[in-house]
Design a protein around this ligand. Structure first.
Ligand SMILES: *Cc1c(COP(=O)(O)O)cnc(C)c1O
Length: 366
């Protein structure tokens, strides 16, 4: 028998698949409990936008029809929002789809991509699927080292993946470092600026990559509706890029990659300013509380600009298991190369309190 592994790219055979957070229902069933708290996937604890939910229920009766494959209204809305052309916007089935399509388009064996260590695993998965090489650059402290990333780019580098804020550290790089980096990136290297947590950033020195599209460099800004808009289950994200880049992305996508429900809900969510305001308020209070409690418990953490905190807890897997048994689901970080850390999404006030109680108990047992 020929094994499937023998028929695929070695880079694909060697991969460890993405490890999703456990579903709450499964954890509750396993533990025989009712009120487990999921702080594992950086989801919006406030819930989805009520306006989006209403739009969804109204869109249900049209499910017999294919979605609008051009995303006409949504791209129009985004173009107005960003004051750019409709042909500079590309919609995806979540921004992860767009990360994959960028790799599929621009990489192949013999070329390479540059990523930072301890960054979003999807970047590596996307690159490995193409057979291209991957160059991994260490962090500087817990922040992306744009100086070193720029230095790692060679004539075969076609994509640089940058998370800002970075997942799982929650940290950002700032304007001066970014502008210096931009000046040295070669014209044929795609800069993928993954800004999934853009809306949560409070630092005034954060460089919004949307402002750096100059019509020359191949800069791709990625945004998502999964985080602040609370629509992770629907799968919708978008990219802003030069129109020739958007045109090439259109050559490789599925014709109906964004569902009709996702399009309807996202359009409504964009108008729901109250939901965004409330989410930011809950997140800011949650971050302040968690950081205060981590200091009290002597737990090290990365300064976050997002809706999650990377905390150094000792043996990450052990603490993850202990928290799980208390009904609190976080994300162990060994698969991200951080075995001493867990990543904790900011929850509602009561959820954060449950986390701290469980963490305090777990640390005492060390
Ligand atoms: C959550 C997240 C995304 C968003 O993924 P979707 O496919 O849009 O749900 C993208 N990048 C990073 C770094 C993330 O953490």
């Amino acid at each position: 028998m020929v094994k499937a592994e023998e028929l695929v790219l070695p880079s694909v055979a060697a991969l460890a698949p993405y490890e999703p957070g456990k579903p709450v229902e499964e954890v509750e069933r396993e533990l025989g409990i009712k009120n487990a708290v999921k702080l594992a996937s950086n989801e919006n604890p406030v819930g989805p936008s009520p306006l989006a939910v209403k739009a969804l229920s109204e869109a249900l009766s049209g499910l017999n029809r294919y979605p609008d494959g051009g995303g006409y209204y949504l791209r129009q809305r985004l173009a107005t929002h960003h004051a750019i052309g409709v042909d500079e916007i590309f919609l995806g089935d979540g921004s992860c789809e767009i990360l994959n399509l960028l790799a599929q388009l621009f990489l192949r064996p013999g070329l390479n991509a540059v990523v930072s260590e301890h960054s979003f695993v999807i970047y590596r998965l996307a690159v490995a699927a193409t057979g291209a090489g991957i160059k991994t650059v260490p962090l500087n402290g817990l922040t992306l080292d744009l100086e070193a990333i720029g230095g790692a780019i060679d004539e075969h580098t076609r994509i640089v993946f940058l998370g800002n804020p970075n997942n799982p550290t929650g940290t950002i790089y700032r304007r001066a470092a970014w502008e210096k980096f931009l000046r040295r990136v070669p014209a044929a290297t795609v800069i993928a600026a993954d800004e999934a947590y853009f809306e949560f950033v409070r630092d005034a020195d954060y460089p919004d990559s949307m402002r750096y599209h100059d019509g020359e460099r191949i800069l791709v800004t990625l945004r998502t509706f999964s985080k602040i808009f609370g629509l992770a289950g629907l799968r919708a994200g978008y990219a802003v890029a030069r129109k020739d880049v958007v045109a090439m992305l259109n050559h490789v996508r599925q014709p109906f990659n964004v569902s009709s429900l996702a399009q309807a809900a996202v359009l409504a969510a964009m108008d729901d300013r109250e939901h965004v305001r409330k989410t930011l308020e809950v997140n800011a209070a949650g971050v302040a509380y968690l950081e205060r409690e981590f200091r009290r418990l002597g737990v090290g953490f990365a300064p976050t600009q997002a809706n999650f905190v990377l905390a150094e807890v000792g043996d990450g897997r052990t603490v993850f298991d202990q928290l799980l048994r208390s009904g609190v689901i976080v994300r162990p970080m060994d698969s991200y190369g951080l075995p001493r850390h867990v990543r904790i999404s900011v929850g509602l006030e009561e959820e954060n309190r449950r986390l701290i109680e469980a963490l305090e108990a777990a640390l005492k047992r060390r």
